[in-house]
Design a protein around this ligand. Sequence first.
Ligand code: SF4
Length: 417
Amino acid sequence: MDTLDKLKILSGSARYDASCASSGSSRSGGAGTLGNASTGGICHSWSDDGRCISLLKVLLSNDCRYDCAYCVNRSSNPVERATFTVEELVNLTVRFYRRNYIEGLFLSSAVVQSPDCTMERMVAVVRRLREEEKFFGYIHMKVIPGSSRELVRQAGFYADRLSVNIELPSRDSLNRLAPQKQKESILKPMAFLGETISANRLERKKSRKVPRFSPAGQSTQMIVGASPESDHRILLLSQGLYKKMNLKRVYYSAYVPVNRDSRLPVLAKPPLNREHRLYQADWLLRNYGFSADEILSEEHPYLDEHLDPKASWALRHPEFFPVDVNRADYAALLRVPGIGVTSAKRIVAARRYAVLTPDGLKKIGVVMKRARYFITCSGRPVERLFDKPALIRQKLLTAETLPAPQSLKQRQMSFFK
Ligand code: SF4
């Protein structure tokens, strides 16, 4: 099998991994080096469905010794197997980069022989790219759960971003669907990365000579819909990961059935809308000061299928509204549907000089078709519907247009490390 045959097999599974964003890095090359992750445009190429397409996304190997129920590469599946040598993968990356096909590398792998054996080869690839080929393009590398701390540490000095996939939202589900993986083997490297990334940032504040460690942070990916956990449970987990593990992003991946397995649910189609709502809720956790218990609860464990989580929260909390745009603080403004981070900042800045009116709000970017039901301007309501949440819901539903679901082919296949 030649390199291109292997590439066909090993990029096939990797193409649609959700956690491929290449933003957040500032690695820059210089004379005699190749690539640059910091120059605008080079590492930020997105397909029309919002996914990064400029990385070479590939597995080192799909020859897995594990047998995770949801994965196309599991050992019991009769799929064609291939494994790159270190040299093949390094040459391929450099050749593709020189031809302007790619701007970086997204490297993962199935578990070949053992986690350490796999991770050793992956580290060898990124080491050679950085040290011998002087490759300064973006590298996102997956950490193989169960691999040694020393290998994870080495990877952090070569990759821009590392990620250990949490895979499933609970220990029970992991035991049931991926019995060869242990929760600890996922959480330990994650915790190590979180601590080391923070420590490295502090050290670099004292001296810029300290080498950077995973400068674009760490992320993880979770499969949604293959196991029975509620959205509330998923958001609580994400919240914990952001707080305790210093994660940059949690990626949610709607479960795509690729195997027949009695442990898996039978779904008519992948839960793409659920994935979309989880991303919206995650955004509220990271940027809007919401907690998981505010967005959902034991009584309301699932996100509203038809309304975005912020509007849904607003309708359940009429006591919080109306918010007066000329008086409310920044945190309260952020809770108004139709007011985002940018427009909240603009409101706070603009009202120093003028009293804001509905027309003024529109000009500074507030989405009035949503915000109008929740605000007043110096005591004057835009709509007098505060006490009619059912009617507001109806109006918001009419205003909300869901993004067109992506086809199955556009989705990430099993590629969970
Ligand atoms: S998810 Fe990873 S470890 Fe599990 S079978 Fe697939 S490639 Fe192997």
